[in-house]
Structure formats: structure tokens, C-alpha cells
Design a protein around this ligand. Structure first.
Ligand code: UD1
Ligand code: CA
Length: 476
């Protein structure tokens, strides 16, 4: 194999004790993707011949997520011997014997590193012909990280873990990012020499650095250009902090692409979201999973969209939507709830206190106030009167409602599915529609109104209502 062959080992077998979670640490998400997913996305950008992920703790869960989202990563099982050194040993054993390139070790819990930084690390390592090159950073608060201990000449001597550090060592602010490149031959040789004589009784990968130096091998260190990118996630506070840093990056990226984001601190945009130039995002808005927002659309304030598509110049205000499609120039909100399968046509409207599910609402059609529309297909230029409801569920099954073009329903119409309203049909206020309405018909189901004159004065004599009625009638 060529000198530049590359294998990437992603460490994801640790227990993640400090997360105190049922979910394995590396599956906790930031920006809509598990921590280990961020690492693998970056790893893929580097063009490695081999990518291996070392698993053990909650392996089934981790493997299931990897198989679904990163099917070309190879799974390697760590045995009961603990530590990052052991994890790399088992991964090396799984590489082909004739692999003769560089090995890049990444931590499944260090999600913010970018491919550029890693490429730079690789280039530096190769240019220096180093046996190992580690990525380090200066942190104001290095607590919890391994410290990079340098000799009098400034060269890296070894790495010492927080739990094994003397006070003087703990005072060092240069940390080990947990990311390294090794020449595979050097790694194979020196990994067999580490032991478990340390505070945690683990095989530390970090000990390889000191051993290499002791054998006069060349060990280099690259300082990360952006210290925050080396951030490791060990507990929930760090998870939130990493999520915030990632979000800040995503917001910046879209601002540079021409998106107006009024309040970055309260705007959350997942990594997979796509925004067009001249989108405006107002405060307190979350755009999650695979949302796609077209140019000129305004989203927010106080809006959460999940896997939702929004068309050009649409306005979506104070809305919760999941797996919905909102057409160009449509308006949604305030206080609208769009559930999966909602498709709102161009120029359509879903207004205040309206819930929709599995509902196709045609071009220019309006559901303006207080409605539930489920399992329905609605034509073009329809207007549903305030509080029109599709009664789609008969306690056993869900049924469909079909509404033709140009239908107008009266307020408080109940459409008892399965039912069809032909084109141009109308319903009276309060109608309960149990039978199909032919095109162009008016459906009335409420009994004619009967007024019993004088009832109040007779039966409620002496009340304010009776007095007011008497006054109005005498003035007539
Ligand atoms: C590790 C480094 C530390 C560095 C820090 C950077 C060691 C001994 N220490 O410490 O110098 O500053 O990362 O974030 O390497 N893992 C396994 N198998 C194991 C143990 C861990 O695969 O037996 C995986 C974990 O899932 C995790 C990564 O290795 O993704 C790092 O393990 P963790 O226990 O978090 O190490 P740190 O204490 O953070
Ligand atoms: Ca860690």
C-alpha cells in the first residue's frame, strides 16, 4: 500500500459514566446528529481506506445507529480490558496485516473538529515524518483533559491524565484533544508496551506518546487553530456547551450565505437544514432535522419546524410543524400545529388554533380559524369556516374526507368521514355532514330555528334580561 494510505479509528466503546444516561454517550445528539455521527461525517471527508469504530458499551444501540446512518464504517468490538489504548489495540488487529500507512485516531466524544483541521494535522505529520503527531489546544479551564507535558526544549515529552497529574502538571493549560496520527508500524510496536499502572487501571493510549519519546522517536504536536473545536463531551453540561458552539457555527455559516437571523442565541438550526438566501429567521425558532426553506420565507418567532419544507416567500409564525410541506406564498400561524403529511398549497393559509394531519390543502385554500383537518384532500380556493372539523375517527378506523374546488363551509361544520363535498358545495353554519354533498349543493343539517316570543319575560320575570327585553320591545 502507498505511504499515504490512511486508516481512521473512532473510539466509541467507553461507558460514558459521567453522562448518567441510559443512552450511550456517543449517541447523545447535538445539531440533530449523534456525537459519533459528527465524528464519522468528518472522517468521511478525509478519504480514508479504512474507517473502524470501536464499540463495547451498549454496543447494540450504537451499532444500530451506525448501520442506519454510516453503513460503510466497520465495527470492531473491544473486549473487557478497559481504556483507549485497548480500544486502539483491537482496532489495529482488525486492520489488514499489510496496511502500511498512517492511523488517525479520533474520539467519538469530540464532535466539533473540522476536516480542515484534521487534514492539516495529517499534512504536518507526513511533512515531518513523525512517528506520532497529536492535536493539542490551550484551554482556560483544562479540567478533565490529559495535559501535554513538554521538556525544557519545548518538545512534547508525554501526556498525563488529570487523575494521575501532580499539582504542577495539572496547572498546565495545554490539553490533549484525544486526536492523533501515528505511523502504523510505530503504533503497533509501542502499543504492546503500555500497562494499566495508573489511577484508572486502564490501558491509556496516551502512554504511547511518552514511550515513543523515550525511544527517541519523533513526536510532533499541532495546536488546534480554534480551541473550542477540541471540546470533549463527558457530561451533560459539556453536551450543551458543544451544542451551543456547533449552533453558533451553523448560524454563522447561514448568515454568510445571506440568511437574516435576528437572534442567534435563541435560534437553533440542525446541521442538515438547508436555507436559501433572503430567508428571515425570527427569535426563538428551531429548524430541526432536514428542513428546507426557500428564498424569501420568514420563519418565527416562536416556531419549531422538523423535517419541514417551506416554499418561497411563505410566512410561518408561532407554529409547530413536523414532516409538513408549506407552499410558496402560503401563510401559517400564529398558533398552528402541522402534523406529518400536511401539504399546504401555494398561497394557502392555515391560521390560528388549527391542527392538521395527513391533509392536502390545495392552492389558495384557507383553513383560517380553530379547525382540525385530518386525513383529508382539499381542492383549490376552498374556505373552511371557523371551527370546521373533520371527524375522521369513528372509534375504530380513520376515514377520509374529500373536498372539491371552491367549496365554502359554514362555521362549525362537522364533516363526518368518510364523506365527500363536490366542487362549489356549501354548508350551513353548524352543519353536521354525514352524507356526500353533490357539486354545487348547499348542505343544511341543523333544524330550522323556532323563536318562542315573550319566553324570557314570562319565565324570568324580574331579571336584568327580562327588564332589558321589555325596554327594547317598548322602544320598537
Ligand atoms: C481522553 C484522553 C485525554 C484527552 C481526552 C480528550 C486517554 C487515556 N485520555 O480522556 O488525554 O484529553 O480524551 O477528550 O486516552 N473509549 C473506548 N474504550 C475505552 C475507553 C474509552 O473506546 O475503553 C472511547 C470513549 O468512548 C470516548 C474516547 O474513547 O469516545 C475517550 O474516552 P474517555 O473515557 O472519554 O476519555 P477522557 O477521560 O475524556
Ligand atoms: Ca472524553
Amino acid at each position: 500500500m502507498s505511504e499515504n494510505a490512511l486508516a481512521i479509528i473512532v473510539l466509541a466503546a467507553g461507558q460514558g459514566t459521567r453522562m448518567k444516561s441510559r443512552l450511550p454517550k456517543v449517541l447523545h445528539e447535538i445539531g440533530g446528529r449523534p456525537l459519533v455521527g459528527h465524528v464519522l461525517t468528518t472522517a468521511h471527508a478525509l478519504g480514508a481506506q479504512h474507517i473502524e469504530v470501536v464499540v463495547r458499551h451498549e454496543r447494540e444501540q450504537v451499532i444500530a445507529t451506525l448501520a442506519e446512518q454510516y453503513p460503510d464504517a466497520r465495527i470492531v468490538d473491544q473486549d473487557e480490558i478497559p481504556g483507549t489504548g485497548r480500544a486502539v489495540q483491537v482496532a489495529l488487529d482488525a486492520l489488514p496485516d499489510d496496511f502500511d500507512g498512517d492511523v488517525l485516531v479520533l474520539s467519538g466524544d469530540v464532535p466539533l473538529l473540522e476536516a480542515d483541521t484534521l487534514q492539516h494535522l495529517l499534512d504536518g505529520h507526513r511533512a515531518a515524518s513523525a512517528a506520532a503527531t497529536l492535536l493539542s489546544a490551550h484551554l482556560d479551564d483544562p479540567t478533565g483533559y490529559g495535559r501535554v507535558i513538554r521538556g525544557a526544549d519545548g518538545a512534547v515529552e508525554r501526556i498525563v491524565e488529570q487523575k494521575d497529574a501532580t499539582d504542577a502538571e495539572a496547572a498546565v493549560t495545554e490539553i490533549n484533544a484525544g486526536v492523533y496520527v501515528f505511523r502504523v508500524a510505530a503504533l503497533r510496536t509501542f502499543l504492546t508496551r503500555i500497562d494499566q499502572n495508573n489511577a484508572q487501571g486502564e490501558l491509556y493510549l496516551t502512554d504511547v506518546i511518552g514511550l515513543l519519546r523515550g525511544a527517541a522517536e519523533h513526536v510532533a504536536a499541532e495546536l488546534a487553530p480554534d480551541a473550542a473545536s477540541t471540546f470533549g463531551v463527558n457530561d451533560r453540561a459539556q453536551l450543551a456547551e458543544a451544542g451551543r458552539v456547533l449552533n453558533q457555527r451553523i448560524v454563522r455559516r447561514w448568515q454568510r450565505e445571506g440568511v437574516t437571523i435576528i437572534d442567534p442565541a435563541t435560534t437553533w438550526i440542525d446541521d442538515d437544514v438547508v436555507l436559501a438566501p433572503d430567508v428571515t429567521v425570527l427569535p426563538n425558532t428551531q429548524l430541526l432535522r432536514a428542513c428546507v426553506i426557500a428564498t424569501g420565507a420568514t420563519i418565527g418567532p416562536d416556531t419549531t419546524l422538523v423535517d419541514t419544507e417551506v416554499g418561497e416567500d411563505a410566512v410561518v409564525k408561532r407554529t409547530d410543524a413536523n414532516l409538513a410541506v408549506i407552499g410558496a406564498r402560503a401563510t401559517v400561524g400564529p398558533f398552528s400545529f402541522l402534523r406529518p403529511g400536511t401539504v399546504l398549497g401555494e398561497g394557502g393559509k392555515i391560521g390560528a388554533y388549527v391542527e392538521t394531519k395527513n391533509a392536502q390543502i390545495g392552492e389558495g385554500s384557507k383553513v383560517p380559524h380553530l379547525s382540525y383537518v385530518g386525513d383529508a384532500v382539499i381542492g383549490r380556493h376552498v374556505n373552511l369556516g371557523a371551527s370546521t372539523i373533520t371527524a375522521n375517527y369513528d372509534d375504530v378506523n380513520k376515514h377520509r374526507t374529500e373536498i372539491g374546488d371552491e367549496v365554502h363551509t359554514g362555521s362549525h361544520t362537522v364533516l363526518v368521514a368518510p364523506v365527500r363535498l363536490g366542487a362549489g358545495a356549501k354548508t350551513g353554519a353548524g352543519a353536521v355532514v354525514r352524507k356526500d354533498v353533490p357539486a354545487g349543493s348547499l348542505a343544511m343539517s341543523v333544524a330550522p330555528q323556532r323563536n318562542i316570543e315573550g319566553w324570557v319575560e314570562k319565565n324570568r320575570a324580574g331579571t336584568g334580561a327580562a327588564d332589558a327585553a321589555a325596554r327594547e320591545r317598548s322602544a320598537e
